[in-house]
Write a protein that binds this ligand. Structure first.
Ligand code: PLP
Length: 395
């Protein structure tokens, strides 16, 4: 549409939505589709958290909060970041938003100017590149390999940095590969970041997306980039409640960083959405009150995710031609089906790429995968059913 801004025209439409629409049509016609596409825990929000939200409504706690979030929640977030992540922030260095997605977008908008480069290791959460485009910046993708568990090679980072580099996005644990960056690798990345000329100005250059920090499988452990020596000033830390606390619909996330940048993000938010939902913020305080790393409630969900991961890694491991890197965190499995590309599937035609493979799998086995990755979060479906579906396309 020529009446739209070029900013919108350059945005990529979501492939997930296209295949989800196809699946919805199938479900409506009575086909039992197994959905392995949306990044949502299938658990209910833990009762204590939900009750805090309901109490907020009953108490009439339904008015606007400060733009940056309530002092109560920001103080609880500071306490969490200190205790669990070893990073010290004061409440004026925290901005609570309507989900980590908003926190990330505002950070990209606040830091990047047109023409700046946003460095993103692949495989990446699809919104990172589009957020860069919304800021008129250019996404620069760093390749990684399944044989190295998708860990970023510091040499590749070094080779791709230019005078236009402005922001490096690190998601750990990552969506979609479940990659957990070991502390040693983060230290190597920190050294490169510290040596880059554009980074000599004291401003943040690393956007650290830690939304999956609690969904992690031993022996992997989470390291916050801002906790590394010299990195506090250079890092914007993003986290939220959606994944660990099964609170995707409550829309609550946050950004922590040097005050100047957090205030800039707050300025954007004040003109876009204002403070996050008052009810959700009360629920967020209750979530952080569950104890270290979310206590028992979160541990129970992580245990279930781990069982599902093990089951899927084993099941897909038995398929010919499929390469797997066992995810160390998050609840996704990122499979390499490339040996199927260029082959003919009976009754379907050419499997050109991941998109046509996804269409084929939906057609043939009623399993919905996202464009490339898929999530292991709908495994409450009876296992036998999944096995029957899988056996439909394994040969
Ligand atoms: N970051 C990553 C890597 C994600 O996968 C998601 C959600 O899918 C988000 C951020 C955003 O989370 P929310 O906006 O629900 O807090």
């Amino acid at each position: 549409d020529i009446s739209l801004s070029p900013r919108v025209s350059s945005l990529k439409p979501s492939k997930t939505i296209a295949i989800t629409d196809q699946a919805t049509a199938l479900v409506q016609s009575g086909v039992p589709v197994i959905r392995l596409a949306a990044g949502e825990p299938d658990f209910d929000t833990p009762a204590v958290i939900a009750e805090a939200g309901m109490k907020a409504i009953r108490d009439g706690y339904t008015k606007c909060t400060p733009n940056a979030g309530t002092l109560e929640l920001r103080s609880a977030i500071c306490h969490k970041l200190k205790e669990e992540n070893g990073i010290s922030y004061t409440p004026d260095q925290i901005l609570v938003s309507n989900g980590a997605k908003q926190s990330l977008l505002q950070a990209v908008l606040a830091v990047c100017s047109p023409g700046d480069e946003v460095i993103i290791p692949a495989p990446f959460w699809v919104s990172y590149t589009e957020m860069a485009r919304l800021a008129d910046a250019t996404p620069v993708i760093l390749p990684t390999h399944i044989s190295e568990d998708f860990l970023l090679d510091p040499k590749i980072l070094e080779s791709k940095l230019s005078e236009k580099s402005r922001l490096l996005v690190i998601g750990t644990p990552s969506n979609p590969a479940g990659t957990v960056y070991p502390r040693k690798l983060l230290e190597q990345i920190a050294q490169i970041v510290a040596a880059h000329p554009r980074l000599l100005v004291s401003s943040p250059h690393v956007l650290s997306d830690e939304i999956y920090e609690h969904i992690i499988y031993a022996p992997a452990t989470h390291t916050s980039f801002a906790s590394l020596p010299g990195m506090w000033e250079r890092t914007l830390t993003v986290n939220g409640f959606s994944k660990a606390f099964a609170m995707t619909g409550w829309r609550l996330g946050y950004l922590a960083g040097p005050k100047h940048f957090v205030s800039a993000c707050g300025k954007i938010q004040s003109q876009a959405t204002s403070g996050a939902c008052s009810i959700s913020q009360k629920a967020g305080v209750a979530a952080l009150g569950l104890g270290y790393a979310g206590g028992e409630a979160v541990a129970t969900m992580v245990k279930a995710f781990k069982e599902r991961r093990d089951y899927l890694v084993q099941t897909f491991g038995e398929l010919e031609g499929v390469k797997i890197s066992e995810p160390q965190g998050a609840f996704y499995l990122f499979l390499d089906f490339s040996s199927y590309y260029g082959t003919e599937a009976e009754g379907f035609g050419l499997i050109k790429d991941s998109s046509s493979l996804c269409r084929y799998l939906l057609d043939k086995a009623q399993v919905i995968f996202q464009g490339v990755p898929f999530m292991a979060n709908e495994m409450k479906v009876e296992r036998g059913l999944i096995e029957r579906h899988l056996s439909g396309w394994s040969n």
